[in-house]
Design a protein around this ligand. Structure first.
Ligand code: C5P
Length: 228
């Protein structure tokens, strides 16, 4: 059984309000996507990192990816949704990945992923019958809003976790799950729809998804603190 990573990076990143797609925003002199790939490529057990780009992507070529060599392979098969991009990527690599091989699906926007977190995920799930994902228990009190930004209810946070990535499932199971459930916002959601229960592996908040412009400064601080 081998381990592969797949990074869907075919989004437009509209919430960032920037001209370039979010995955290409600069963080410590490199695109966000570069950092996400670097974290995965630094894990010796991961045989290869696949990146799913939009067929119309015009940004990739303007950066230098040579440091990753043959451990990185580009797939220009992105789809209309994240789930579609992952699903297309899984089909595109079917010739070089076995049905039982593990696929670690990771957001391009989670640039602060650490090798220790990936190791913890793989160590916990290597013998798991289903697979699972990095996640953190919810710390804040949660409010459900009515249509006018007033509190309609307080949601009990016991047992609630925030899903992160990587999410790790075997190639055949994940392909089948995403084909049956193309509307999901993460891979675990598709696995759950098959009636299976993915395992939650406790991570930490540094593996957050860069979503808003102010997130870039925080991400830079986290990376800087790690390199000193
Ligand atoms: O927009 P959001 O942060 O939820 O996107 C999560 C990940 O999915 C990003 O890495 C984004 O590039 C990717 N994505 C994709 N194809 C899409 C939409 C999003 O690969 N059609």
């Amino acid at each position: 059984t081998r381990y592969f990573a797949i990074v869907p990076a075919a989004g437009s990143g509209s919430r960032m309000g920037a001209e370039q797609p979010k995955q290409y925003l600069a963080l410590c002199g490199k695109p966000l996507l570069w950092h996400a790939i670097a974290a995965l490529a630094a894990v010796p057990r991961i045989a290869k990192v696949f990146v799913v780009l939009s067929p119309e992507d015009e940004w990739w070529e303007s950066f230098d990816w040579s440091t990753f060599g043959t451990r990185l392979q580009v797939l220009r098969v992105g789809g209309a949704t994240r789930a579609q991009s992952v699903s297309n990527g899984l089909s595109a690599v079917a010739g070089q990945v076995a049905a039982e091989d593990w696929m670690l699906v990771h957001d391009a926007a989670r640039a602060c992923l650490s090798v220790a977190q990936v190791d913890a995920l793989i160590d916990t799930l290597a013998e798991d019958p289903v697979g699972g994902l990095l996640a953190v228990p919810v710390a804040d009190t949660l409010k459900r809003a009515d249509g006018a930004a007033r509190v309609a209810a307080t949601v009990a946070r016991d047992g609630l976790w925030q899903a992160q990535t990587p999410q790790m499932f075997r190639h055949a199971l994940l392909s089948r799950a995403l084909a049956a459930c193309p509307g999901v916002t993460d891979e675990a959601g598709a696995i759950e729809a098959l009636g299976l229960a993915p395992r939650l592996v406790a991570a930490d908040a540094t593996n957050f998804k860069v979503t808003y412009p102010q997130d870039l400064a925080l991400a830079a601080q986290i990376l800087h603190a790690r390199s000193t």
